[in-house]
Design a protein around this ligand. Structure first.
Ligand SMILES: *Cc1c(COP(=O)(O)O)cnc(C)c1O
Ligand SMILES: [Zn+2]
Length: 431
């Protein structure tokens, strides 16, 4: 490790009442007030250009630097030592695609594609740190509630660490690819007859009673890992901050992580200007957007309904942290309909990039905010694609071959007789 490594220990702090806990305390929440915890690190010894140089050097450093999370360990978990459980993960591309830019109405639009992570979603960035922490504290088992991607990621990292994993998912509401992964990686998978919000309260009770380490996104170490989506994107842009970072918002862990990342990189002089966060919710699962419209004076709970299952959440766990993220970045929160999500997804898919439905909420959100005059067509925008196109083949096939009338960008398969004439007829026809 280089001289940028800080000797002083990190600690956990309740974001509500300020009570401090050691960084190896396993409590999922503040014991005195029930508030969410956050991890605080000592400021890195190096700052600004010096710290940038350390990060840049690690890109070509070989083993140990191959992870797009652990390359930034001073800002994530400075003292992980030999406990690190890394696939590796991160190092996801920033993609420019004309078709997507013109659809969204922003010429300088870049897509940060987190579907390129090992289990196909950004959850791996949080999970590498979360499972590393589970090893540090000697957890005998780990658990999470999930709409699918967290469980896929937990299952993979727990398998690598050799720690038993228990996942709680809403029965019948998890996309095929995600459920398949959780089974494949060997997690004990519980199909709960209830929605995600029911799974989350059940897993919290189970983790307390059975002393299983909880790795939902209320876990502050997952937030530390997820910060690196924003950090890595900024580094890819030469630390020249864009005007906007746009992401889909469900349980709000990622929105919280982006806010914490931006505040911290600004503090240590890695960027000199804050990008604004735009958090995008599905219309049928938009408690955070309603609260934003009320200037965060309300905290509604809703019965969530949307085709984008990864953000189908009615009572987001990281609500307060996400409010801080929006306030501290002069951010905005808005909604898009399921039809807008699916059309945006079809455009992203047909550009050759591809993503799962929830991910496309970010592109649909950019389009919406441009129409509303909040994002200017000349702004520099990074939209995060949170998950891989193969996560939800069911939604894909419905869009392209089942809906009537066919949606705007449907590309239905054509059944033919096995003759060359039939092929010619298809090629000759306009559609
Ligand atoms: C988890 C997830 C989200 C939502 O992130 P939150 O932190 O819950 O707001 C969005 N898209 C995908 C693909 C996800 O897996
Ligand atoms: Zn507290």
């Amino acid at each position: 490790m280089t001289s940028a490594t800080t000797p002083r220990a990190s600690y956990q702090r309740c974001a509500t009442c300020g009570t401090e806990y050691s960084d190896t305390d396993a409590s999922p929440r503040c014991v005195s007030c029930g508030g969410l915890l956050e991890v605080v690190h000592a400021p890195p010894v190096l700052r600004g250009a010096d710290l940038r140089a350390v990060f840049a050097a690690r890109r070509s450093d070989g083993p140990g630097s191959s992870s797009g999370v652990w390359r930034y360990h001073e800002l994530v978990m400075p003292n992980a030592g030999d406990y690190v459980v890394s696939h590796p993960e991160g190092n996801t591309p920033l993609l420019a695609r004309d078709r997507v830019s013109s659809y969204a109405g922003v010429s300088a639009l870049l897509l940060k594609h987190e579907g390129h992570n090992p289990t196909g979603s950004f959850k791996d960035r949080g999970m590498t740190v979360g499972v590393t922490q589970a090893r540090r504290i000697g957890a005998r088992a780990v658990a999470c509630a999930s709409t699918g991607n967290t469980s896929a990621s937990l299952a993979a990292y727990a398998a690598q660490a050799g720690i038993p994993a228990l996942v709680f998912v809403p029965a019948g509401q998890v996309a095929t690819g995600k459920l398949a992964q959780s089974l494949a990686y060997g997690a004990r998978t519980l199909l709960v007859k209830g929605d995600f919000d029911a799974c989350l309260s059940l897993v919290q009770e189970a983790s307390e009673r059975l002393s299983i380490y909880l790795l939902n996104s209320i876990n502050p170490f997952r937030i530390e890992g997820q910060k690196t989506i924003a950090i890595e994107a900024l580094e890819q842009l030469g630390w020249d901050a864009p005007d906007w970072l746009v992401l889909p918002a469900g349980n709000l862990g990622n929105t919280a992580a982006f806010g914490k990342a931006l505040r911290e990189v600004h503090e240590v002089g890695l960027i000199d200007r804050m990008p604004r966060i735009a958090a995008i919710q599905a219309e049928g699962a938009a408690p955070f957007a309603s609260s934003y419209r009320d200037e965060f004076t309300t905290r509604p709970k809703v019965r969530a309904e949307t085709v984008a299952t990864a953000i189908k959440i009615g009572d987001p766990a990281s609500f307060d942290r996400a409010v801080t993220a929006i306030r501290s970045t002069n951010g905005v929160v808005t909604t898009v309909s399921d039809a807008e999500i699916l059309d945006a997804k079809a455009v992203v898919d047909a550009s050759g990039v591809g993503c799962e439905p929830a991910s496309a909420a970010s592109v649909a959100g950019v389009r919406r905010l441009v129409k509303e005059g909040i994002i200017r067509p000349s702004d520099r925008v990074v939209a995060v694609l949170t998950g891989h196109v193969l996560k939800d083949p069911g939604a894909l096939l419905r869009y392209h071959q089942e809906l009537t009338p066919p949606p705007a960008f449907a590309n239905p398969p054509v059944e033919i007789e096995p003759t060359i004439e039939a092929v010619e007829r298809v090629l000759g026809s306009k559609d």
